[in-house]
Design a protein around this ligand. Sequence first.
Ligand code: RB5
Length: 142
Amino acid sequence: MIALGSDHGGFALKQEVIAYLEKNGMEYKDFGCYDEKSCDYPEYAHAVAHAVADGVCEKGILICGTGIGMSLAANKVKGIRAALCGDCFSAQMTREHNDANVLCMGARVVGAGLALKIVEIFLTTEFSNDERHMRRIAKIEE
Ligand code: RB5
């Protein structure tokens, strides 16, 4: 189950992500927002981050205008490793090296085509399970 969240700035791109997940038969839970009325991104970051940290959802995707506010807010939640990605290489590396469990994107930064490719890579790339990466992640948790 993928947890989704956006503010008004990310709402339209989140709809594209939803269409992508549905087309690929992937389950998701949309924690809002549900329209383009101005709203506060930390509320949605909080909901998605807790769903992932509590094990209700395996991974999360958060979208705001830049992706920055969402990543700042999501990373306040213990156990969350939220990665702001605007390119495919970062999406792959943050899964392989950081075992990132939340993807953040900026709808005013990336177009839908690139965003969906980033989503695909983020959701299909496994953590490397390499000892040195596990050690570094443990240090983040400490
Ligand atoms: C909303 O205008 C904007 O500040 C928000 O979407 C996001 O970019 C914050 O980081």
